[in-house]
Write a protein that binds this ligand. Sequence first.
Ligand SMILES: C[S@@+](CC[C@H](N)C(=O)[O-])C[C@H]1O[C@@H](n2cnc3c(N)ncnc32)[C@H](O)[C@@H]1O
Length: 290
Amino acid sequence: MDNYLLPEDDGLPTRTFGIWTTVKLDYLQRYMNLFETSMRGKPWCARSYIDLYSGTGKYQVKGHNNFQLGSALLGITTKHPFTNYFFADKSQENIDILSKRCESAPNIKKKFYVGDANIRVKEVVEELKTIDHNRSKDQWTSLNLAFLDPDGLELEWKTIEALASVNKMDLIIYYSQSGLTRNFENCINLDTETDIDRFFGDGEWRNIYKASQQGKSLGLHRKLIDYYKHKLSTIGYADIKDIEDGAEPLMKNSKEAPLYRLIFASKHARGHDFWNKIIKKDAFGQGKLF
Ligand SMILES: C[S@@+](CC[C@H](N)C(=O)[O-])C[C@H]1O[C@@H](n2cnc3c(N)ncnc32)[C@H](O)[C@@H]1O
């Protein structure tokens, strides 16, 4: 028996991340657990997990020797598994390693895609729509959860729009607070489309940034996240500000500097109820500090 699906060294390569990755993935794991436990008994034609920046399935925490399951394998090993899995990564090597690990779950339906998630997402969405289209009369459309966890600013707004075109699609989105902060100055002076423009899907962030530089507004990232959430509301997502404000947990480094947040989006209030429950605590059992 191999140990590909266990949080142990299995001889295959893993990346090393900071402890904040464990905090991030703990939110995902608890959300998946609640989502799958509550939703599995209903007549959905499928319940799919979509991980477009999947990595290799395992990682090591910097400064520790232990091995942890990454998002893809947390999805596969969740207590009540999804019916379908879609994994993408720009690195062929990552996908080779992940698919090797997934060989230990031969009965689970999974598809792998190599390349830019912002391009390959079209095929994933087509597959998801085909599943919905082919459902039998007594089945509901599929229920889907997408985890979008790039390294920095590689997630484009058009990818969110593509995913949103699927009927029921919850999203957990990596918001690179430090990546944005590092790049504002460079990008604001460029007339060409920048990573930040592609992340937000337009140039409105420039006005929000300029206003904050002139001292006209406080809380630049709060304003930017509210703008992002407003955009989500224009493509079918619940206006999450009305349900709970400040619902984007912040991961910080060992010096307490902000790294990134998770933005949750669902078209249904129920998804937000789940998320609000999840974020009341972090991986270390601490209550919400914001
Ligand atoms: C932070 S890691 C993901 C970690 C993973 N969620 C886990 O828990 O192990 C980001 C991944 O995104 C991949 N990546 C970066 N840019 C990408 C892109 N444009 N399209 C697809 N994958 C990309 C990287 O190769 C890397 O594996």
